[in-house]
Write a protein of this length. Structure first.
Length: 349
């Protein structure tokens, strides 16, 4: 692919928006041509607007981009857009882009459960991508909305995919330990989270339970897996750790589960997409891994690291720990890999 597509990042100054810009800065297929944020940022350069919120060093040419409103006409005719807008804002903005013929790859929850919006974790349910054909028929444009899962769900469903494919899933119980960057900027007040665990994240458990079933189901029917989630905010910076308990429909030993996870490869790996990690899932043998500090950047943040796979006597199934980067596999990286999949499959031009 020679011509890099011009892309706009909506909500570019936030936690997720900055991760998009960072991952896109040297991308072989995409070039950031526009950045958009709220009224308070419009007219400022990207570098001055993110100021002390800056997450990583920016190439000079991106730091000099001037922020605009997230409206299709105010941007320089992008080929596609990545949305990192808050859910309260994203819904109508993303629809406007789609109506203007611009494909939108979104991190926001606004359209995730819409009937014809694929909720894609690219190694897990790439076959759902064709759901956008119905969107194209309805809008009569090539503009579409493609959502990626909530961060906790992205990590969970990738780890569950080999189990579901080989043995069928009946019940999944998950307890999450979620990093503070998952709450955006400024997120949880430091006085609330230091030396503390907060056993509540608004709407998170419902998202995990519903989205998991949409992703692991068929295009027309949720999977019918009983999913029960308990979500907690913990004082780590990046990386969501999840304690997963799963009962499969046909019996599987922990060794068989480990083998299925290790052998698993998805369409992004087969197509050798630029953001596809070589190993979507890594299973570690050590008794005390995964650990957030040691494993969060595995596969450039796109790999889910699993460990402590063992028998679960309560469900008569297996239990394990899974760790993933909430801003990469759980957000911007997943969205970018979705866009690569759509280009490689020629679903968008
Ligand atoms: N953080 C995560 O781990 C994570 C994971 C998965 C999904 N998500 C989703 O990704 C989205 C962004 O999350 P975040 O954590 O990056 O939040 P954030 O740090 O609060 O960033 C929000 C961004 O949206 C912009 N914005 C706010 N109100 C706006 C408005 N009225 N019009 C235009 N732009 C507006 C902000 O611009 P200003 O700087 O100008 O205010 C900023 O760029 C959310 O939908 C979130 O649920 C986040």
């Amino acid at each position: 692919m020679v011509n890099r597509r011009k892309v706009a990042v909506l909500g570019a100054t936030g936690m997720m928006g900055q991760k998009f810009v960072q991952l896109l800065a040297h991308h072989p297929w995409f070039e950031v041509s526009a950045v958009a944020a709220s009224d308070k940022s419009v007219g400022k350069t990207y570098a001055s607007s993110i100021g002390s919120r800056r997450e990583a060093n920016l190439p000079d040419e991106l730091g000099g981009l001037v922020l605009t409103e997230p409206k299709p006409r105010t941007l320089d005719d992008p080929d596609l857009a990545f949305s990192a807008l808050p859910a309260e804002v994203a819904g109508p903005v993303e629809e406007d882009f789609a109506k203007a013929g611009i494909p939108v790859f979104s991190n926001a929850s606004s359209h995730r459960m819409d009937q014809y919006v694929p909720l894609l974790n690219p190694e897990v349910n790439p076959e759902h991508a064709v759901m956008v054909e119905e969107q194209k028929r309805k809008t009569k444009t090539d503009g579409i909305i493609v959502a990626n899962p909530n961060c906790t769900t992205a990590i969970l469903t990738l780890s569950l995919k080999p189990l579901n494919d080989k043995y069928g899933l009946e019940t999944v119980v998950v307890s999450s330990m979620q990093a503070v960057s998952g709450a955006g900027y400024p997120g949880v007040a430091s006085l609330d989270i230091m030396q503390n665990v907060i056993p509540f994240i608004r709407n998170e458990e419902e998202k995990v339970e519903h989205e998991t079933n949409k992703i692991l189901g068929s295009m027309s029917k949720p999977a019918g897996i009983t999913v029960s989630a308990s979500c907690n905010r913990v004082p780590t910076l990046h990386g969501h750790m999840e304690a997963v308990f799963a009962k499969t429909r046909s019996a599987a030993t922990p060794n068989e589960i480990v083998k299925a996870m290790r052998e698993f490869k998805g369409t992004p790996q087969q197509l050798k997409l630029p953001s596809a990690p070589q190993h979507p899932i890594i299973v570690r043998e050590e008794e005390d891994r995964p650990q957030t500090r040691l494993d969060v950047d595995e596969g450039n943040g796109m790999t889910v690291t699993v460990g402590r796979v063992r028998r679960d006597p309560a469900l008569n199934g297996v239990k394990y720990m899974a760790l993933g980067h909430n801003l990469v596999r759980g957000g911007a990286g997943c969205s970018i890999l979705n866009a690569e999949l759509f280009l490689a499959k020629k679903i968008i031009k």
